[in-house]
Write a protein that binds this ligand. Structure first.
Ligand code: CO
Length: 497
């Protein structure tokens, strides 16, 4: 066995454990009976410990160092080694003591968050979150960073992203998008009451499956199930699981969670199997992953051409509900822009104000410029400032998201990055693919999927997010693509001058 083959087989074994944990996780969210939780936690912890030991193994480290000096590797092999060595060095920075402490604080913090959200009492959560933030600041020091401690944490979710880059993007959100939404708010409002009648769950499910098939989600290499919160996971590119949520009196929930997770799923199915377990077999970052889901969900799935292709069919499923709702009425109804309190229910435009507030808070926390007990006040003030909504309770305010209790700091910005990348990629796709809008109108999604496969999916982690964006679109991420997309679309919908 050559050194490179030996590296490949070590990484494949670590991946085997990782994907087995993913399978346990998928099962836990879909079919596991309640009583199974305790032993399941133990089983996952065992595998997780084994995977960690293997990934910090000294022999692996020596092998990686030797391989990184080899001159005869192909560019792809070189890139794999580079990324694996980075991962290895990063894992080695953590002491067992720190990992155990973080895991203990996380589980306490998560429990405190659940209780505190239920009772809408931030005080129960505050001491635990304070401990978590202290640990995260320590973690930034352990990892090391340039310029800003937040950069160290961002890098875990969005390699290469920095405060400098995000500050520019969110300044645009503050200055351009906030103004645009005020114009929309002053315009005549549209109606979406049709979406909240009773829609038979089985029929909804069947319609969702048809949408996934139309996107060319490969059901021989994946499946869809039901879960509380829709998600996508995979055990290899040949086995990708998406989930959805079907609510009887909310047609929107199933349709767009289905398309969103389908977009994530297509990315996973498009990663190269030949690079199983290696960086080149993995998605680039959360932001790029989210660009795939949001492009399908919003740029495609909330567009007029998409519903020209699918609306008649939906009407056939639900004739009594939709026969008097015209395509125009439906299209405007599924694209309401309305500032609201809850992030996960937000429309594609005001969504970014929710992220903006969280981004500002996370940065201040990392700088030590705000204390945890000041968060509710800051939150409420900024929801008023950016969204113009009054937060009545912490449960629907600062306590709404689980992320901080898991220790995920630097995660939220990847949601906005996803939408911004999506707009920029989709703009390029329309330039590259002749007649793309017409294809979509005819229900032919293959040209777009092939473009995504060619330009993005097949590369795995070969490029960084920034390099990929430059390679595909000719420039680095630029907010103007999202802004133009929003302006073009919503100026028509809301009849703005
Ligand atoms: Co997503």
């Amino acid at each position: 066995m050559t050194k490179y083959e030996s590296y490949k087989s070590r990484l494949a074994r670590i991946a085997d454990l990782g994907y087995t944990m993913a399978l346990q996780g998928w099962d836990q969210e879909t079919y596991m009976p309640e009583k199974g939780a305790d032993f399941r936690a133990q089983q996952t912890a065992t595998l997780s410990g084994m995977a960690h030991e293997m990934s910090v193994d000294k022999e692996l480290g020596d092998l990686l160092k030797k391989l990184s000096k080899k001159k005869d590797l192909t560019p792809k092999q070189k890139r794999n080694i580079e990324e694996s060595l980075k991962d290895y060095k990063e894992s080695k920075k953590y002491t067992t003591e720190f990992v155990e402490q973080l895991s203990r604080v996380t589980s306490e913090c998560f429990q405190a968050w659940q209780k505190s959200k239920k009772e809408s009492n931030f005080k129960l959560y505050a001491p635990h979150l304070t401990k978590m933030i202290d640990l995260k600041r320590k973690e930034a020091d352990i990892l090391g960073y340039k310029k800003h401690p937040y950069n160290a944490l961002l890098d875990q979710h969005e390699p290469g992203a920095t405060v400098d880059q995000l500050d520019v993007l969110f300044k645009d959100v503050r200055e351009q998008l906030v103004v645009f939404v005020k114009k929309i708010a002053a315009a005549k409002q549209n109606d979406d009451s049709f979406a909240y009648k009773n829609y038979n769950k089985d029929k909804q499910w069947n319609f969702g499956i048809e949408l996934l098939k139309q996107m060319h989600f490969d059901f021989e290499a994946g499946r869809q199930d039901i879960s509380m919160h829709p998600f996508t996971t995979n055990f290899s590119p040949q086995d990708v699981r998406v989930t959805t949520k079907v609510i009887e009196n909310n047609l929107k929930s199933m349709i767009w969670s289905c398309i969103h997770e389908g977009g994530h799923g297509l990315y996973e199915q498009g990663l190269p199997s030949s690079e199983y377990g290696l960086p080149l077999g993995e998605a680039i970052s959360l932001g790029i992953h989210e660009s795939q889901s949001r492009m399908w969900e919003n740029n495609v799935g909330r567009s007029l051409p998409y519903w020209k292709a699918n609306y008649k069919h939906l009407q056939k499923y639900f004739p009594a509900h939709l026969k008097n709702v015209s395509l125009d009425h439906f299209y405007k109804g599924i694209n309401l822009v309305k500032p609201s309190l809850i992030r996960i229910e937000a429309d594609e435009v005001t969504y970014h104000f929710h992220i903006l507030v969280r981004y500002e808070i996370e940065k201040l926390l990392m700088e030590g410029k705000i204390k945890v007990n000041e968060l509710p006040e800051f939150w409420n003030e900024h929801y008023m400032k950016y969204l113009g909504v009054k937060v009545k309770s912490d449960a629907e305010g600062v306590l709404q998201d689980v992320h901080w209790s898991h220790g995920s700091i630097g995660y939220f910005p990847t949601y906005s990055l996803g939408s911004f990348y999506a707009a920029q990629f989709f703009h390029q796709a329309n330039k590259d693919i002749k007649g793309l809008q017409k294809n979509i109108e005819e229900g032919n999604m293959l040209p777009l999927l092939n473009w995504l496969r060619e330009k993005i999916h097949r590369h795995g982690k070969f490029y960084s997010a920034e390099d990929l964006c430059k390679k595909v679109t000719g420039e680095k991420l630029n907010f103007k693509y999202f802004m133009n997309y929003a302006k073009d679309k919503y100026s028509v919908i809301y009849n703005l001058k």
